[in-house]
Write a protein that binds this ligand. Structure first.
Ligand code: 9YT
Length: 131
């Protein structure tokens, strides 16, 4: 069994910083679970273009307030605590935070650890591990 705390992971290479967000990667590919699990903080007032062409992601809102817009059809979905959105179609989307949001995120296939978005909001299939 593997046991970690958010606090220790925040003070380790498991925490990845970006302009609009940070992500604390509590479980990664190297754990052999077939998914990775992250706690992501989206900064207030930001809009992030995301298009996970190589991954599926499920996102559960723990706290904060925002919205997600699917680019293909312009639909806007409010995000509140208790909301889950599931990117089952590799949806190209815009994530906006009205207030800082804490999100629990699951990726399939799992991330290696060091991924950050490229200019199109994509993560590559292969990336550097944290260890
Ligand atoms: C919701 C979302 O995808 N935010 C970007 C960061 C991502 N969750 C990650 O790498 O943990």
């Amino acid at each position: 069994m593997i046991v970690r705390t958010l606090q220790e992971a925040e003070n380790s290479p498991r925490k990845i910083e970006s302009d609009n967000w940070n992500s604390v990667r509590l479980s990664l590919k190297e754990d052999g679970m077939g998914f990775s699990f992250h706690i992501t903080t989206i900064y207030a007032g930001t809009e992030t273009p995301i298009w996970y062409q190589n991954h599926l992601e499920t996102v559960y809102c723990i706290s904060g307030e925002g919205e997600v817009e699917t680019v293909d059809d312009g639909k806007i979905y409010p995000i509140r605590p208790g909301t889950v959105y599931i990117l089952d179609k590799h949806d190209n989307h815009l994530l906006r935070a009205h207030k800082e949001m804490k999100l629990a995120c699951v990726f399939n296939p799992p991330l290696h650890g060091k991924e950050t978005h490229d200019e199109n909001g994509v993560y590559p299939l292969e990336a550097e591990s944290i260890s």
